[in-house]
Design a binder for this molecule. Structure first.
Ligand code: SF4
Ligand code: SF4
Length: 299
């Protein structure tokens, strides 16, 4: 089975990469599983997607722990621990990085056990996914150029002919460029022979909530829990600058920690204010400032 994992940032087309590569495998007669996995789903956040392809049914599920190819569309992710691009890599794994730096630089920096290849970032960032899918197609050797082209056309059909042509140019150029490494990525062990590593989680015995958390279940505990202890910075209201538009700061406070006096004067309940400073961001009069918690004058 081929196991390929794409890493990129939100907006770089990692989901599209997995779809295009998956479809290209499918056209070549493979069973395919492709899936994106998002952390924080927002532009620029690290995202990854994976493709499994095999000539028989694929019953392996979940996070890809032993990839044959790790394709990284943005080299700033390589050193980001939350992106975890090196996870599960072995001496057999190929790392493909879209970067201006030479492969040897990345191999040395990461002490990467397998082969490292680099592809220069010549096309625009939002086509990164397309470029990585095309490079991956070339590296696995079993995908023909015509199959990649058909996969791109099928996957981008909903965007219209203009978008297809715009993506096809870098896709096919990349395929041709990386064909010199055709076959660098080989199939990993079949699922039956493959022993996934332990996920290292800790099994906790089940205990009825009445037993394990009686105080949490008791009434009125949110008021009794002094969430103000979490605070590292303290919002302080300057009542000279404050123009008493209390409906702003008190409404936006997610903790309900701003009480309003009869004269419209906002009062922060420091026992429950977490110091998120949303009130400061919303205050139109800049009447709220942030003080480090340890400062004497924060009182
Ligand atoms: S939003 Fe600012 S100006 Fe308005 S009441 Fe709150 S602290 Fe005062
Ligand atoms: S810092 Fe956050 S929790 Fe504290 S009063 Fe302002 S909005 Fe509420």
């Amino acid at each position: 089975m081929f196991r390929i994992r794409f890493h990129g940032r939100g907006g770089q087309g990692m989901k599209t990469a997995s779809r295009v590569l998956g479809t290209a495998f499918f056209i070549e007669g493979y069973e395919v599983q492709d899936a994106p996995l998002y952390g924080a789903e927002r532009r620029g956040a690290p995202v990854f997607a994976s493709v499994r392809a095999d000539k028989t049914s694929i019953n392996e599920r979940g996070i890809m722990r032993a990839p044959d190819l790790v394709a990284v569309a943005d080299d700033t992710l390589v050193s980001l621990s939350s992106a975890n691009v090196g996870s599960g890599a072995s001496g057999k794994t190929v790392l493909l990085v879209r970067s201006e730096l030479a492969p040897d630089v990345w191999k040395g920096r990461l002490n990467f056990p397998g082969t490292v290849l680099a592809i220069p970032p010549t096309s625009e960032p939002k086509l990164s996914g397309m470029v990585m899918a095309s490079a991956s197609s070339a590296l696995v050797k079993v995908i023909k150029r015509a199959s990649l082209e058909r996969a791109v056309r099928e996957e981008l059909a909903h965007l219209g002919p203009k978008a297809i042509e715009k993506s096809l140019v870098p896709a096919l150029e990349t395929f041709d460029l990386m064909s010199r490494y055709s076959g660098a990525v080989t199939e990993g062990p079949a699922p039956a022979d493959f022993e996934p590593a332990s996920p290292d989680w800790v099994e906790l015995g089940f205990e009825d909530a009445d037993v394990s958390a009686p105080s949490i279940r008791a009434e009125a505990t949110s008021e009794l829990t002094k969430t103000g202890l979490w605070r590292t910075v303290k919002p302080v209201i300057d009542y000279v600058a404050c123009n008493r538009c209390w409906w702003l700061c008190s409404t936006y406070c997610p903790e309900g920690a701003i009480k309003v006096g009869p004269d419209g004067r906002p009062e922060i309940d420091y026992d429950h204010c977490k110091g998120c400073l949303i009130c400061m961001a919303q205050c139109p009069a800049d009447a709220i400032s942030a003080q480090p918690e340890h400062r004497e004058d924060a009182k």
